[in-house]
Design a binder for this molecule. Structure first.
Ligand code: GDP
Ligand code: IMO
Ligand code: MG
Length: 426
């Protein structure tokens, strides 16, 4: 069975980019299946850092990369990313294909995303203001513009006119100025022309890869707790970030997926608003932020930090059908005398082992304490090399969530990883 999904198991920024980069040498095709430029996936190779927002994190290796129809694409960001990579000598032209059915993020989407957030004040979701929500709204509302529409003025103009007309009253109600049609038309047609034949029916590429029993790596964006159906609604993104999203988003049947690797940090972070039961607004949280350099890869915002939430992670194991966990940033836990894991929640005197969706902002975490470790683990390359307390922490987590840890990441660099093996099997 050829396909493997890499999915965020928390609130995003778990280290998906790093893990996809590590798995790519074993894959024939890497497919990004959801989200847009709200994502920021970081790759660090020999100390050199690269942040990708749209292009699959497999691009630094050989082989084909696809941005599939489940994504929403800002062509401006995409072209900038292609230019950056080409300037570094990475060939994108021949290796990157973009779905003609992926929806286009337009200037009005970014504008209204920002206006709405500003109008919400203290109740803001804390979106990345990349126009993600409004673009998915248009997709579901059946008034979206798709990448294939950028091929000609005849296709684009009527759709763009209708789209602008739909947003006009909303933008005006927020005191915004509706962008003009003609400049958007010209800019987006030019960008479509630049992308040229890279825009195609990528579901065919995926289908052929499945038929030929090739190894397909499906790269998720965001995380399970930000999923539109399974996350902390309404403080979520607007797509299905979970592994199931890969089927619709990439065009692959569920029976073709053989494994799901969930990425989780050894602690928890969240950027933006919404409930976060294990959040630490104290010096422990600040230490996690400082040591883990917890600042958003896309917006630069400080990430909220807290202890590992095994209740949320157990949910992620379940809804993703996770076959394995990749544990990242274990090195960041160094130097804490005690490590805590949230094993249950308490709500109105009751102990809960599953997140109560509508009351998540009212729960109190129930912690289990484990002894910490003080050793530098960044040189460990197999689990057995880790200090006993670090191993005990991982084993307890595995027990609590019912899923085994495979890869253990002990530093940002590609090399700083223990137990990397072929995720597709021998
Ligand atoms: P993604 O969105 O899931 O790909 O994750 P991000 O790239 O947004 O955030 C993860 C951050 O942690 C990046 O800055 C990575 O370079 C960094 N990182 C990944 N794994 C490790 C690790 O094991 N240790 C440390 N210290 N940093 C890591
Ligand atoms: P990666 O792929 C972390 C969060 C935003 C906000 C909410 C909605 O790098 O893990 P949106 O702009 O999607 O409408 O914002 O979702 N968010 C992310 N947080 N990592 C991401 O992506 C995120 N993508 C969206 O901060 O709370
Ligand atoms: Mg990120």
């Amino acid at each position: 069975m050829p396909a493997l999904v890499v999915v965020g198991a928390q609130w995003g920024d778990e280290g998906k980019g790093k893990v996809v980069d590590l798995y790519t040498p074993y894959a024939d095709l890497v497919v990004r299946y959801a989200g847009g430029a709200n994502a920021g996936h970081t790759l660090v190779v020999k100390g050199e850092k690269l942040i990708l927002h749209l292009i699959p994190s497999g691009i630094l290796h050989d082989g084909q990369c696809v941005i599939a129809q489940g994504t929403v694409l800002d062509p401006e960001v995409l072209l900038r990313e292609i230019d950056q990579l080409e300037a570094r000598g990475v060939d994108c032209q021949s290796r990157l294909k973009i779905s003609d059915r992926a929806h286009v993020v337009l200037p009005q989407h970014k504008l209204i995303d920002g206006l709405r957030e500003a109008a919400k004040g203290d109740d803001a979701i804390g979106t990345t203001k990349r126009g993600i929500g409004p673009t998915y709204e248009d997709k579901v509302g059946r008034r979206g513009v798709r990448m294939g529409d950028l091929r000609s003025r005849e296709r684009l103009q009527p759709k763009l006119e209708a789209n602008l007309a739909a947003w006009r009253p909303v933008i005006e109600a927020h005191g915004g100025e509706v962008p003009e049609l003609e400049p958007i038309l010209q800019t987006y047609l030019a960008m479509g022309a630049r992308l040229g034949d890279a825009i195609c029916d990528t579901a065919q590429i995926v289908a052929e890869a499945v038929a030929q029993d090739q190894r397909i790596l499906l790269e998720g964006a965001q995380g399970t707790m930000l999923d539109i159906d399974h996350g902390t609604y309404p403080f979520v993104t607007s797509s299905n970030a979970i592994a199931g999203g890969a089927c619709a988003g990439a065009g692959i049947g569920p029976t073709a997926i053989s494994a799901v690797v969930g990425i989780t940090k050894a602690y928890a972070t969240r950027v933006g608003g919404g409930p976060f039961p294990t959040e630490l607004n104290d010096e422990v949280g600040q230490k996690l932020r400082d040591v883990g350099v917890e600042y958003g890869s896309t917006t630069g915002r400080p990430r909220r930090c807290g202890w590992m939430d095994a209740v949320a992670l157990r949910l992620a194991v379940r809804v993703n059908g996770m076959t394995e966990i990749a544990l990242t940033k274990l090195d960041v836990l160094r130097g804490h005398e005690t490590l805590k894991i949230c094993v249950a929640y308490e709500l109105d005197g009751e102990r809960l082992s599953v997140p109560p969706y509508d009351d998540l902002d009212r729960v109190t975490p129930v912690y289990e304490s484990l002894p910490g470790f003080s050793e530098d683990i960044s040189g460990c390359r197999v689990r057995a090399d880790l200090p006993a307390n670090a191993r005990a922490y991982i084993e307890r987590l595995e027990d609590l969530v019912g899923c085994k840890v495979g890869i253990i990441s002990v530093g940002p660099d590609r090399e700083a990883t223990a137990d990397v093996s072929n995720p597709f099997g021998a």
